[in-house]
Design a protein around this ligand. Structure first.
Ligand code: KIV
Length: 276
Protein backbone atom coordinates (compact mmCIF):
# COMPACT_ATOMS: atom_id res chain seq x y z
CA UNK A 1 0.00 0.00 0.00
CA UNK A 2 2.64 2.50 1.06
CA UNK A 3 5.02 1.52 -1.73
CA UNK A 4 2.31 2.31 -4.26
CA UNK A 5 1.68 5.67 -2.60
CA UNK A 6 5.39 6.42 -2.68
CA UNK A 7 5.49 5.55 -6.36
CA UNK A 8 2.56 7.87 -6.98
CA UNK A 9 4.87 10.69 -5.89
CA UNK A 10 3.32 11.80 -2.59
CA UNK A 11 4.55 15.21 -1.47
CA UNK A 12 5.49 13.71 1.88
CA UNK A 13 6.74 10.11 1.84
CA UNK A 14 5.28 7.66 4.36
CA UNK A 15 6.90 7.56 7.80
CA UNK A 16 9.04 4.53 8.57
CA UNK A 17 11.46 3.59 11.36
CA UNK A 18 14.30 5.54 9.70
CA UNK A 19 12.09 8.65 9.57
CA UNK A 20 11.43 8.33 13.31
CA UNK A 21 15.16 7.90 14.05
CA UNK A 22 15.96 10.96 11.91
CA UNK A 23 13.32 13.01 13.73
CA UNK A 24 14.84 12.00 17.05
CA UNK A 25 18.33 12.91 15.86
CA UNK A 26 17.09 16.27 14.56
CA UNK A 27 15.23 16.99 17.81
CA UNK A 28 11.87 17.13 16.01
CA UNK A 29 9.17 15.85 18.39
CA UNK A 30 7.25 12.82 17.09
CA UNK A 31 3.48 13.38 17.15
CA UNK A 32 1.53 10.21 17.94
CA UNK A 33 -2.13 9.45 18.57
CA UNK A 34 -4.42 6.42 18.70
CA UNK A 35 -7.11 5.59 16.14
CA UNK A 36 -9.57 2.73 15.79
CA UNK A 37 -11.38 3.21 12.47
CA UNK A 38 -10.71 4.36 8.89
CA UNK A 39 -12.45 7.75 9.13
CA UNK A 40 -10.53 8.89 12.20
CA UNK A 41 -7.33 7.33 10.85
CA UNK A 42 -7.66 9.51 7.76
CA UNK A 43 -8.44 12.54 9.93
CA UNK A 44 -5.40 12.16 12.23
CA UNK A 45 -3.18 11.38 9.23
CA UNK A 46 -4.30 14.61 7.51
CA UNK A 47 -3.81 16.46 10.82
CA UNK A 48 -0.12 15.51 10.64
CA UNK A 49 0.28 12.61 13.08
CA UNK A 50 3.59 10.82 12.47
CA UNK A 51 2.61 7.59 14.22
CA UNK A 52 -0.84 6.06 14.74
CA UNK A 53 -1.37 3.38 17.37
CA UNK A 54 -4.27 0.96 17.35
CA UNK A 55 -4.15 0.70 21.13
CA UNK A 56 -5.83 -1.90 23.26
CA UNK A 57 -7.40 1.20 24.84
CA UNK A 58 -10.05 0.26 22.26
CA UNK A 59 -11.37 -2.06 24.97
CA UNK A 60 -12.25 1.00 27.04
CA UNK A 61 -13.12 3.69 24.47
CA UNK A 62 -14.78 1.51 21.80
CA UNK A 63 -16.03 -1.54 23.68
CA UNK A 64 -16.94 0.12 26.99
CA UNK A 65 -14.89 -2.09 29.31
CA UNK A 66 -13.28 -0.69 32.47
CA UNK A 67 -9.84 -2.02 31.52
CA UNK A 68 -7.92 -3.23 28.46
CA UNK A 69 -7.80 -6.80 29.77
CA UNK A 70 -10.76 -8.24 27.76
CA UNK A 71 -9.37 -7.15 24.36
CA UNK A 72 -8.49 -10.02 22.00
CA UNK A 73 -6.01 -10.44 19.14
CA UNK A 74 -8.92 -10.60 16.68
CA UNK A 75 -10.26 -7.28 18.03
CA UNK A 76 -6.91 -5.55 17.45
CA UNK A 77 -6.46 -7.09 14.00
CA UNK A 78 -9.94 -5.96 12.92
CA UNK A 79 -9.31 -2.36 14.06
CA UNK A 80 -5.77 -2.31 12.63
CA UNK A 81 -7.05 -3.44 9.23
CA UNK A 82 -9.64 -0.67 9.05
CA UNK A 83 -7.21 1.98 10.35
CA UNK A 84 -4.65 0.94 7.72
CA UNK A 85 -7.17 1.82 5.00
CA UNK A 86 -7.40 5.40 6.28
CA UNK A 87 -3.66 6.12 6.50
CA UNK A 88 -1.43 7.61 3.84
CA UNK A 89 1.62 8.90 5.68
CA UNK A 90 1.60 7.87 9.36
CA UNK A 91 3.48 4.84 10.72
CA UNK A 92 1.02 2.18 11.94
CA UNK A 93 1.59 0.36 15.24
CA UNK A 94 -0.73 -2.32 16.68
CA UNK A 95 -1.01 -3.30 20.34
CA UNK A 96 -0.49 -6.89 21.43
CA UNK A 97 -3.36 -7.49 23.88
CA UNK A 98 -3.23 -9.04 27.36
CA UNK A 99 -1.75 -12.57 27.35
CA UNK A 100 -1.15 -12.59 23.60
CA UNK A 101 2.65 -12.73 24.05
CA UNK A 102 3.13 -15.04 27.03
CA UNK A 103 5.51 -17.37 25.15
CA UNK A 104 7.92 -16.81 22.26
CA UNK A 105 5.85 -18.98 19.94
CA UNK A 106 2.55 -17.29 20.82
CA UNK A 107 4.09 -13.80 20.53
CA UNK A 108 5.56 -14.52 17.10
CA UNK A 109 2.33 -16.06 15.77
CA UNK A 110 0.24 -13.13 16.97
CA UNK A 111 2.71 -10.46 15.82
CA UNK A 112 2.78 -12.04 12.35
CA UNK A 113 -1.04 -11.90 12.26
CA UNK A 114 -1.00 -8.22 13.29
CA UNK A 115 1.32 -7.49 10.37
CA UNK A 116 -0.08 -9.81 7.71
CA UNK A 117 -3.81 -9.58 8.46
CA UNK A 118 -3.88 -6.10 10.05
CA UNK A 119 -1.21 -4.28 8.05
CA UNK A 120 0.70 -3.14 11.16
CA UNK A 121 4.28 -1.99 10.66
CA UNK A 122 5.24 -2.53 14.30
CA UNK A 123 3.74 -4.26 17.33
CA UNK A 124 3.65 -2.85 20.85
CA UNK A 125 3.81 -4.96 23.97
CA UNK A 126 3.82 -4.08 27.65
CA UNK A 127 6.69 -5.26 29.77
CA UNK A 128 10.01 -4.79 31.44
CA UNK A 129 12.82 -7.25 32.06
CA UNK A 130 10.30 -10.12 31.95
CA UNK A 131 9.61 -9.47 28.27
CA UNK A 132 13.25 -9.24 27.10
CA UNK A 133 13.21 -12.80 25.76
CA UNK A 134 10.00 -12.15 23.83
CA UNK A 135 11.33 -8.90 22.33
CA UNK A 136 14.57 -10.67 21.36
CA UNK A 137 12.60 -13.45 19.67
CA UNK A 138 10.44 -11.00 17.69
CA UNK A 139 13.44 -8.86 16.74
CA UNK A 140 15.32 -11.95 15.56
CA UNK A 141 12.43 -12.50 13.13
CA UNK A 142 12.56 -8.86 11.97
CA UNK A 143 9.33 -7.87 13.69
CA UNK A 144 9.61 -4.20 14.72
CA UNK A 145 8.73 -3.79 18.41
CA UNK A 146 7.65 -0.92 20.64
CA UNK A 147 8.18 -1.77 24.32
CA UNK A 148 5.68 -0.10 26.67
CA UNK A 149 7.03 0.50 30.20
CA UNK A 150 6.07 2.65 33.20
CA UNK A 151 2.35 2.30 33.86
CA UNK A 152 1.27 -0.90 32.14
CA UNK A 153 -2.52 -0.85 31.88
CA UNK A 154 -2.70 -4.63 31.22
CA UNK A 155 -1.28 -5.11 34.75
CA UNK A 156 -3.95 -2.94 36.38
CA UNK A 157 -5.26 -5.75 38.59
CA UNK A 158 -1.74 -6.63 39.73
CA UNK A 159 -0.69 -3.04 40.55
CA UNK A 160 -4.07 -2.05 42.00
CA UNK A 161 -5.17 0.83 39.78
CA UNK A 162 -3.86 3.29 37.22
CA UNK A 163 -1.07 5.03 39.19
CA UNK A 164 2.08 7.04 38.55
CA UNK A 165 5.06 4.65 38.37
CA UNK A 166 8.74 4.98 39.30
CA UNK A 167 8.32 7.51 42.10
CA UNK A 168 10.80 5.75 44.39
CA UNK A 169 14.49 5.43 43.55
CA UNK A 170 14.56 1.63 43.43
CA UNK A 171 11.64 1.38 40.99
CA UNK A 172 13.03 4.24 38.89
CA UNK A 173 16.39 2.42 38.66
CA UNK A 174 14.63 -0.79 37.65
CA UNK A 175 12.74 1.07 34.91
CA UNK A 176 15.97 2.52 33.53
CA UNK A 177 17.57 -0.93 33.51
CA UNK A 178 14.48 -2.36 31.80
CA UNK A 179 14.60 0.31 29.07
CA UNK A 180 18.26 -0.46 28.37
CA UNK A 181 17.65 -4.23 28.39
CA UNK A 182 14.67 -3.87 26.01
CA UNK A 183 16.69 -1.76 23.58
CA UNK A 184 19.53 -4.29 23.71
CA UNK A 185 16.97 -7.04 23.02
CA UNK A 186 15.94 -5.22 19.83
CA UNK A 187 13.09 -2.84 20.75
CA UNK A 188 12.84 -0.04 18.17
CA UNK A 189 10.76 2.35 20.29
CA UNK A 190 10.22 2.72 24.04
CA UNK A 191 6.79 3.97 25.09
CA UNK A 192 6.82 5.38 28.62
CA UNK A 193 3.56 5.94 30.50
CA UNK A 194 2.80 7.94 33.60
CA UNK A 195 6.16 8.61 35.26
CA UNK A 196 7.75 11.72 36.80
CA UNK A 197 9.43 14.13 34.35
CA UNK A 198 12.88 13.34 35.74
CA UNK A 199 12.47 9.66 34.97
CA UNK A 200 11.23 10.42 31.43
CA UNK A 201 14.37 12.46 30.88
CA UNK A 202 16.62 9.76 32.36
CA UNK A 203 15.08 7.00 30.20
CA UNK A 204 15.60 9.12 27.09
CA UNK A 205 19.25 9.66 28.08
CA UNK A 206 19.79 5.92 28.61
CA UNK A 207 18.64 4.60 25.23
CA UNK A 208 19.27 5.49 21.60
CA UNK A 209 15.85 4.56 20.19
CA UNK A 210 12.96 7.09 20.22
CA UNK A 211 11.14 7.41 23.56
CA UNK A 212 7.44 8.30 23.21
CA UNK A 213 5.78 9.58 26.36
CA UNK A 214 2.25 9.63 27.70
CA UNK A 215 2.38 11.46 31.00
CA UNK A 216 6.20 11.15 30.97
CA UNK A 217 7.01 14.86 30.78
CA UNK A 218 8.48 17.06 28.06
CA UNK A 219 12.01 15.60 27.84
CA UNK A 220 11.24 12.64 25.56
CA UNK A 221 11.25 12.29 21.77
CA UNK A 222 7.51 12.29 21.16
CA UNK A 223 4.08 12.37 22.77
CA UNK A 224 0.97 10.24 22.42
CA UNK A 225 -2.59 10.55 23.69
CA UNK A 226 -5.79 8.56 23.18
CA UNK A 227 -7.74 10.18 20.32
CA UNK A 228 -11.03 10.34 22.23
CA UNK A 229 -9.33 12.30 25.04
CA UNK A 230 -7.92 14.81 22.52
CA UNK A 231 -11.37 15.39 20.98
CA UNK A 232 -13.06 15.58 24.37
CA UNK A 233 -15.51 12.71 24.23
CA UNK A 234 -14.16 10.65 27.12
CA UNK A 235 -16.48 11.19 30.10
CA UNK A 236 -15.51 11.37 33.78
CA UNK A 237 -12.28 12.20 35.54
CA UNK A 238 -9.32 12.11 33.15
CA UNK A 239 -5.62 11.54 33.85
CA UNK A 240 -3.57 14.66 34.57
CA UNK A 241 -1.66 14.36 31.27
CA UNK A 242 -4.81 14.61 29.11
CA UNK A 243 -5.61 17.82 27.26
CA UNK A 244 -8.96 18.25 25.52
CA UNK A 245 -8.14 20.22 22.36
CA UNK A 246 -11.84 20.52 21.41
CA UNK A 247 -12.02 23.31 24.01
CA UNK A 248 -10.11 25.54 21.58
CA UNK A 249 -11.07 23.92 18.26
CA UNK A 250 -13.95 24.16 15.83
CA UNK A 251 -13.94 20.54 14.71
CA UNK A 252 -12.34 17.19 15.61
CA UNK A 253 -9.91 17.69 12.70
CA UNK A 254 -8.95 21.10 14.06
CA UNK A 255 -8.47 19.60 17.56
CA UNK A 256 -6.10 16.92 16.21
CA UNK A 257 -4.23 19.51 14.16
CA UNK A 258 -3.78 21.69 17.28
CA UNK A 259 -2.57 18.66 19.24
CA UNK A 260 0.04 17.84 16.58
CA UNK A 261 1.14 21.49 16.45
CA UNK A 262 1.39 21.68 20.25
CA UNK A 263 3.64 18.58 20.29
CA UNK A 264 5.84 19.95 17.50
CA UNK A 265 6.19 23.36 19.22
CA UNK A 266 6.68 21.65 22.63
CA UNK A 267 3.72 23.56 24.10
CA UNK A 268 2.33 20.15 25.03
CA UNK A 269 2.89 18.80 27.63
CA UNK A 270 2.71 21.91 29.85
CA UNK A 271 3.62 21.68 33.55
CA UNK A 272 -0.02 20.98 34.51
CA UNK A 273 0.13 17.75 32.42
CA UNK A 274 3.26 16.45 34.14
CA UNK A 275 4.28 14.55 37.29
CA UNK A 276 7.32 15.65 39.23
O1 KIV B 1 -3.67 1.33 24.37
C1 KIV B 1 -3.29 2.48 24.17
O2 KIV B 1 -4.00 3.30 23.58
C2 KIV B 1 -1.98 2.85 24.66
C3 KIV B 1 -1.65 4.31 24.67
C4 KIV B 1 -2.41 4.95 25.75
C5 KIV B 1 -0.22 4.55 24.75
O3 KIV B 1 -1.21 2.03 25.04
Amino acid sequence: MYTQLEQRGMAEPPVNISTLMKMKAAGEPIACITAYDASFASLVDRAGADLVLVGDSLGMVIQGHDTTVPVTVDDVIYHTRVVARGLRRAFLVADMPFMSYSSEKQALENAVRMMQEGGAMMVKLEGGAGQVRIVEHLARHDIPVCAHIGLKPQSVHKIGGFKVQGRDAKKARQMLDDAVALEEAGADIILLECVPNELGKAVRASVSVPVIGIGAGPDVDGQILVLYDVIGITPGRLPRFVKNYMEEAESPFDACRLFVQAIKSREYPAPEHCFS
